[in-house]
Ligand binder design. Structure first.
Ligand code: ZN
Length: 520
């Protein structure tokens, strides 16, 4: 048997002593009084005559199915009987998560629909979601627990099936019934979109960066005129009627004015991305049989998105039949990983107000990417959108895991930290951050009990933030993992501390965003 489940049998025989039938309320009461049973009290569920719950073994958590009623056969696992008590010990894998989803509908991801505030809470290590739920349950926010880009999958060696399974187990463990979503983030091809949909993801974030022609912004007027004249006459006529026949007044009180040369630039920078998005929506999203939150992201461009460009893209998508749930423009200033906003906050507020006004006019949400830790602009995000937006975070929850290591396993932290500094240039190939190798503070002179303070320094945060994939996949010469096994062991032994750190840190986000408390 994996782990030591003596405590579980003790609890179960305690129930049996008094009453032969297993019962949710009794088990919960006893599980709470036996603090070392390893049973997660909120994970206790009834399924026919069986009781299901999650318990921690010595090295990993398991799903326990107690009883032999109908339904226990649906799970993959090993049967054990002691003193007439029958239990099945099941691994918390993808297959068993699908059985959980079948029997407990609330553990399936769903579209956020008309929920006003939604938040992406990517969990790169599959351990963070219970901590996320313990704080988001208290606020009026819809959590997108499973949210990974293909880049993140490649860097952590996971797939969408596993990412969703980890979220499902977290929801089951916490008994969280308010609903959650799953976002295939920064998908670039039809194949990637199809894969995320096949895995049951409920939100698709289409990354159009490969179809945006940044060069067109620099073409001279004669070149643009020539390109424009090559468009079919009927297409030109429609465009001119829509955009060049005077001031455009939005429902939200804004006015936009397209001018000839700039208009042509906008057309050619975004035209291919618009057509690509329309085809993805019509071919894959529209008839997929369930409600999908569809986001178009144009945030990975060279310059910030102008109001006219934002309006043009949205208006053309909608004319093409696309139902947009959210759109991610590129804002002025810098939204770097894991640190606060860098840039002119006055200008940000002004421009963000316009973007929010365009989104409000069309009825979709503004989506803020790399949204973690942007405390100085969070109040603007809440206020200017009338508390209707999507905000994505991911790596900041990995940094809270690193904080657990700093506190509980300083020796491992020191090794991970110096590895991160040494390999920063490799990670910088795919993440844009301001931190250079020589800017990362030296940890040698810092006492063990102060190591966690490094995680309040921007340069250290960024170095640890972007190197997660390298750290988790690094191997010693003999093929053993350099950090991974010890990292997960320390995390497993300090799970509650991780949840507490996440509650505090994500809670700080919710507070700065002024997310209202959930009314129970
Ligand atoms: Zn993004």
């Amino acid at each position: 048997m994996m782990g030591n489940f003596d405590g579980i049998f003790e609890v179960l025989s305690e129930i049996k002593k008094n009453n032969t039938k297993l019962n949710y309320g009794k088990l919960r009461k006893i599980a709470l009084s036996y603090r070392n049973s390893g049973i997660y009290p909120d994970s206790i569920h009834e399924l026919g005559d069986n009781i299901l719950f999650i318990a921690s073994g010595k090295f990993e958590k398991m799903l326990i199915v107690a009883g032999s009623g109908n339904g226990s056969n649906d799970f993959e696992g090993n049967d054990f009987t002691r003193d007439g008590i029958k239990i099945k010990i099941c691994s918390m894998n993808v297959a068993n998560s699908k059985t959980i989803r079948k029997h407990f509908p609330y553990t399936n991801p769903v579209s956020y629909g008309d929920k006003n505030i939604s938040m992406g809470l990517g969990d790169r290590i599959g351990l963070a979601s219970p901590g996320h739920l313990r704080i988001t349950a208290k606020y009026d926010v819809f959590p997108i627990l499973a949210q990974q880009s293909i880049r993140e999958l490649n860097l952590t060696g996971r797939n969408y099936g596993e990412v969703l399974s980890d979220a499902v187990w977290a929801v089951f463990q916490e008994g969280y019934t308010y609903g959650f979503g799953a976002d295939g983030d920064h998908l670039k091809t039809p194949e990637e979109v199809r894969m995320a949909l096949d895995c049951g993801f409920t939100m698709i974030t289409l990354d159009c960066s490969e179809h945006i022609d940044n060069k067109a912004a620099e073409y001279s007027e004669p070149v643009l005129n020539e390109m424009y004249d090559r468009l079919p006459a009927a297409e030109r006529e429609v465009l001119e009627k829509k955009y060049l026949s005077g001031m455009i007044q939005l429902k939200t009180g804004l006015n936009l004015n397209f001018e000839g040369y700039d208009f042509k630039k906008t057309v050619f920078v975004y035209l291919k991305a618009i057509k690509f998005t329309i085809s993805i929506f019509n071919d894959l999203i529209k008839n997929c049989g369930r409600k999908i939150d569809f986001e178009m992201s144009i945030d990975e461009t060279l310059t910030s998105t102008s109001p006219e460009a934002h309006y043009f893209v949205a208006s053309e998508l909608i004319a093409g039949g696309v139902k947009i749930s959210s759109l991610a423009p590129r804002f002025c200033g810098e939204f770097q990983k894991g640190i606060d906003y860098r840039g002119d906050k006055v200008r940000f507020e002004k421009e963000f107000t316009v973007h929010a006004g365009i989104a409000g006019h069309f009825g979709y949400k503004i989506s803020v990417h790399s949204g973690s830790d942007k405390f100085s602009v969070f109040p603007v995000v809440g206020k200017k959108t009338n508390d209707r937006y999507h905000l994505k975070t991911a790596g900041t929850s990995w940094l809270e895991a690193v904080r657990v290591i700093a506190v509980k396993n300083p020796e491992l932290f020191r090794r991970m930290y110096s590895f991160a500094a040494q390999n920063l240039n490799e990670a910088k190939k795919y993440y844009y951050i301001f931190t250079e190798t020589n800017m990362v503070p030296d940890a040698k002179l810092i006492k063990d009990q102060d190591l966690h303070k490094l995680l309040s320094i921007e340069e250290s945060r960024q170095a640890m933030h972007v190197t997660y994939g390298l750290i988790l996949t690094a191997k010693n010469a003999d093929g053993t993992s350099m950090f991974r096994d010890e990292f997960f062991k320390t995390m497993y032994e300090n799970e509650e501390l991780y949840y507490a750190f996440l509650k505090r840190h994500i809670g700080k986000h919710l507070k700065y965003l002024h997310v209202p408390r959930r009314l129970l």
